[in-house]
Design a binder for this molecule. Structure first.
Ligand SMILES: [Zn+2]
Length: 212
């Protein structure tokens, strides 16, 4: 995992402590880790010291840095929810990630019978201006394969289906969403801004606007 405060790094320097009530040991344990980058604390609790699920108490949600300003508000809302749910439930976070990804795909015309088909439409994009970079092709294709995702048809009804996923897979989903923000919103906006600047220069020189 990344440090939920600064998202730069995380070090498993956990210090575990038992929770007592007076002299009585309750069985509950807590642990804390100190991030060497931002020096902030991460605190988790568990009902048992043995192989129990740890639940993050502090910070309450995963901080993954600011969302680019070009991303529409409804997508940002889904994404923030997805981040906030991650420390509590990797499964729920992954399900919300899939829904957020589907909303972005559909907003860009990739509409199929289910999310897997919509991802395929994106991978098959023949317009070079809209095709995703090869590095992203591999990761986004991976979203279909982890957990039991490929065994479950993800239809409109079941996009939010709760599927077993590992914590790192839910985090991976968030990374894919962040890369899709760049692909669908940030890079096109930057390209449009460059074209505007170029056309302004051309107009100043008395030439027609650029193509594209
Ligand atoms: Zn940190």
């Amino acid at each position: 995992m990344k440090c939920p405060h600064c998202t730069i790094a995380f070090y498993d320097n956990w210090v575990v402590g038992a929770m007592n009530r007076g002299a009585v040991r309750l069985g509950w344990v807590y642990r804390s880790a100190l991030c060497p980058e931002c020096t902030d604390l991460v605190i988790e609790v568990s009902p048992s010291a043995k192989d129990a699920p740890w639940q993050m108490l502090y910070p309450a949600g995963a901080n993954r840095g600011p969302v680019p300003s070009q991303v529409p508000a409804n997508i940002v809302g889904d994404y923030v929810e997805t981040c906030n749910v991650l420390p509590v439930s990797a499964k729920a976070s992954a399900a919300l990630s899939r829904r957020c990804l589907q909303a972005m795909l559909r907003a860009h015309g990739y509409r199929g019978r289910d999310l897997a088909a919509e991802i395929q439409l994106l991978l098959d994009e023949s317009d070079p201006a809209k095709a995703i970079p090869s590095t992203l092709r591999m990761t986004i294709d991976g979203i279909r394969n982890f957990g039991n995702f490929s065994a479950h048809p993800i239809t409109d009804v079941t996009t939010l289906q709760i599927i077993d996923v590992e914590d790192h897979e839910a985090e991976w989903c968030l990374e894919i969403l962040e890369e899709m923000f760049q692909h669908f919103y940030v890079r096109p906006a930057e390209a449009a801004a460059r074209k505007l600047a170029l056309d302004a220069k051309l107009a100043a020189a008395g030439k027609p606007p650029s193509k594209g």
